[in-house]
Design a protein around this ligand. Sequence first.
Ligand code: FES
Length: 186
Amino acid sequence: MISRKEKIAPPEAPETLEAVERRAFLRWVSGMATTVSAVLISIPVLRAFVSPTLQAPAADAWVKVADDTALLDTGVPVRVDFVVSKDDAWIEARAMNSVWLYSEDGEKFKAYNGHCTHLGCGFTYNPASKTFICPCHRGEFDVKTGAVLAGPPPRALDELETQVRDSAVFVNFRDFRLGVAEKVEA
Ligand code: FES
């Protein structure tokens, strides 16, 4: 039973259309703010994760392989070893590489990537046969053209672009996929 002193709360007034619309608008603004915040936060995070893997192909990697063409033997290939730095996603890797440099006249140079095109072993020059020999599976290559003479290598040696600048020889070093017939950059 309700005592007389107790006050009875007046019945709630029905919401006006304006109040309903205002609440819907505020909900929409709140949702938009949340979405925009999520997008703004995720952009740098995504960029940090994705951009290293979407980097443009490596720029030309010209490596000086000889200081003076006059000091190089003609008709005999010479191996030049060097270190190449490579950014692989977040890690800067350093790798020892080599090229074989060959010239018949001391003016025009041929350079071959030092990895055998079969499985990537380093090959050597055999003065007796005047050919390149790969010790891993007895691959054999022509010095002048890089063509396969024997063994399992699926393609010729990978020839690289060369330039002579002020008597120094530069090679545009590249690595290619191994064990396939096509010369495809790795
Ligand atoms: S890696 Fe050179 S012949 Fe196999």
